[in-house]
Design a protein around this ligand. Structure first.
Ligand SMILES: Cc1cc2nc3c(=O)[nH]c(=O)nc-3n(C[C@H](O)[C@H](O)[C@H](O)COP(=O)(O)OP(=O)(O)OC[C@H]3O[C@@H](n4cnc5c(N)ncnc54)[C@H](O)[C@@H]3O)c2cc1C
Length: 541
């Protein structure tokens, strides 16, 4: 029998001790277990890993890589895995009782939707719950806000994520996604000017995310939320061929003052995460962890104590109809008239409004949890490897992977792939060595990506329609502060800083780039960054 004990024993050939027939059985079961989504993920993998190669060699490289995974790497990790007789598709967090289940119908079946309100929020995840919370702290008692949720609060991505509170994406990562988009829509600018503009975007995004993290910590402290909050950082593995990029990103972070992102040596990586690596890793030092569903429920519970907020779950918005000076919100339970509406539906937006096809792209990510962890792995940490992400909460290990676009109609679907769980487990083995893990939960969810992977936060018309979306899998780093800013705009409260200016985050940036009011160029940044004057630059168009 193949056991953990002999897993790392090398045979004469240098292979680990997995017998031939065991390997064959794993291979067959992996191949037979492949699902349609695995092929979508494979296509994305080829594009990301081998996209720079000509067509044939790209596929040849992938074939070699995948055969090695199927025959060598994954089978050698399989003795670590036992599978519970019934693997639950309910996200780990949602095993916890939801205090707002079927609200308000559970306790008050006779409840009715109001006819008319000041503002409607569609969606009760991180974003909708944050909007309700900020509203309850700022609006007058005659300014009614209603949250409409088609399922349960935190039932979509907000209750299906890993529970890492991110400090947003780091500066160089943001610049790296915005700059290629600018090349498409701002060809009137020189490449230096576009680099400068992309840096302005990155700087504004990071500063807003840092305030977001501070605001979260403050709310948890002020309200005494019991959300299992801890702040132990997030280690991100970087291999030898990524070291140059890591050094550049750390130096950019220091240069621009977005200095949460640092590099740590392999010894510190081991201390922070237990991972054994040979090269320095990136480290988001102030990232944290929490119970994401409890965060949503806690925000809503506080908001519902105020007279001006109500929540209706199991109430689907079917369309939003614009009238001369108000909107009619059509729902599965009737009609509501409102002056303002906030879309807080993230990857579901194209289903609700087809204009958002190719503007907010649903991407599927998946997670599995189980009992058993590498002994050296500290609790409440978060890690990312090249092809996986994860973390440990008490005796539960999270194993996640994937971020692949799915068709709009699959937003919110829960269809995890076992192949991806096995693949991510083998990646864990690579950095932790063998350990025993019993799979109990496995689920997937969708997040929203814009083409430049930069969120859209702002007004959708000149009346009262707003959105927050396209947070690219970093909702905990954006939603709380973004909701504060939108609530302030709706209530015309201007005393607090607005971290999401329209010129950077306004939806026209993607919906209509030629009409978008782009931010003014900060030329001093170009001179400072590159030490060259702009005058000699020639636009690329
Ligand atoms: C596997 C996975 C791991 C992740 N890990 C992390 C992580 O560690 N850290 C992090 O920051 N982010 C993570 N994310 C991303 C994060 O979960 C999202 O960015 C965040 O939850 C988005 O919050 P939201 O409220 O905008 O959207 P959602 O949580 O998707 O909420 C939208 C809500 O709108 C409702 N809705 C949709 N359409 C309608 C309609 N027509 N009528 C009424 N209601 C409607 C939905 O039912 C849903 O409840 C992860 C995501 C996944 C899937």
């Amino acid at each position: 029998m193949t056991t953990l004990a002999n897993l790392d024993q090398k045979t004469d050939t240098g292979r680990s001790g997995v017998p031939f027939f065991y390997r064959l059985r794993c291979f067959i079961s992996l191949v037979l277990g492949l699902r349609r989504h695995d092929f979508r993920s494979a296509a994305k993998f080829i594009a990301v890993e081998y996209g720079h190669l000509p067509f044939l060699s790209r596929h040849w490289q992938f074939l070699k890589w995948s055969l090695r995974q199927l025959w060598v790497v994954i089978p050698e990790a399989m003795p670590m895995l036992t599978v519970a007789p019934r693997v639950s598709h309910t996200p780990f967090w949602l095993d916890e009782p939801n205090p707002l289940e079927n609200h308000p119908w559970q306790l008050k079946p006779e409840s009715q939707l109001p006819n008319s309100v000041h503002t409607v929020v569609i969606g009760a995840g991180f974003t909708g719950a944050a909007a309700a919370y900020h509203w309850s702290k700022r609006a007058g008692s005659d300014q009614q806000l209603v949250v409409l949720e088609m399922n349960e609060a935190a039932s979509a991505a907000s209750g299906r994520n890993q529970g890492t509170i991110v400090m947003g994406r780091y500066f160089t990562m943001v610049r790296g996604t915005v700059e290629p988009y600018l090349a498409k829509v701002r060809s009137d600018l020189s490449s230096t000017q576009r680099r400068c503009l992309a840096e302005q975007f990155a700087d504004v995004y990071c500063k807003a995310a840092y305030r977001n993290a501070d605001l979260i910590e403050k709310a948890i402290g002020d309200e005494g939320f019991d959300v299992d909050y801890a702040r132990k950082g997030w280690v991100q593995e970087r291999r030898a061929d990524q070291q140059e990029d890591l050094a550049e990103s750390v130096s950019d972070a220091a240069r621009t003052g977005n200095d949460d992102w640092i590099s740590i040596d392999p010894e510190s990586v081991y201390r922070e995460s237990g991972m054994r690596v040979e090269t320095p890793a990136g480290f988001s030092a102030r990232a944290g962890t929490w119970h994401p569903a409890k965060w949503v429920w806690s925000l809503l519970t506080v908001a519902l104590k105020s007279e001006n907020v109500s929540l209706f779950t199991r109430t689907k918005v079917t369309s939003v109809e614009q009238q001369v000076d108000h909107y009619l919100i059509h729902t599965s339970r009737g009609l509501i008239r409102t002056q303002n509406v906030l879309y807080a539906v993230e990857s579901f937006l194209p289903k609700l409004d087809s204009r958002f096809h190719n503007v907010i792209e649903p991407h599927q990510e998946q997670l599995a949890t189980g009992t058993g962890t590498p002994e050296v792995m500290p609790c409440n940490n978060s890690i990312t490897g090249k092809f996986f992400f994860g973390g440990r909460r008490d005796e539960t290990l999270f194993i996640g992977s994937d971020s692949t676009r799915v068709p709009d109609h699959l937003a919110g679907c829960n269809k995890p792939c076992r192949f991806l769980t096995k693949f991510a487990l083998s990646e864990y083995k690579r950095v932790y060595g063998p350990f025993a893990w019993r799979l109990t939960h496995e689920w997937s969810g969708t997040v929203g990506y814009t083409p430049d992977e930069y969120p859209l936060i702002g007004r959708l018309d000149d009346q009262g329609k707003y959105m927050i979306g396209g947070m690219a899998g970093s909702g905990s780093g954006v939603a709380f502060n973004a909701a504060r800013c939108i609530v302030n705009r709706i209530l015309e409260q201007i005393s607090e800083p607005d971290d999401y200016p329209e010129s950077f985050f306004g939806p026209t940036r993607i919906l209509d780039p030629t009409a978008h009011h782009w931010p003014d160029q900060d030329e001093s940044r170009v001179l400072h960054t590159h030490g060259e004057p702009l005058s000699g630059e020639v636009p690329t168009s």
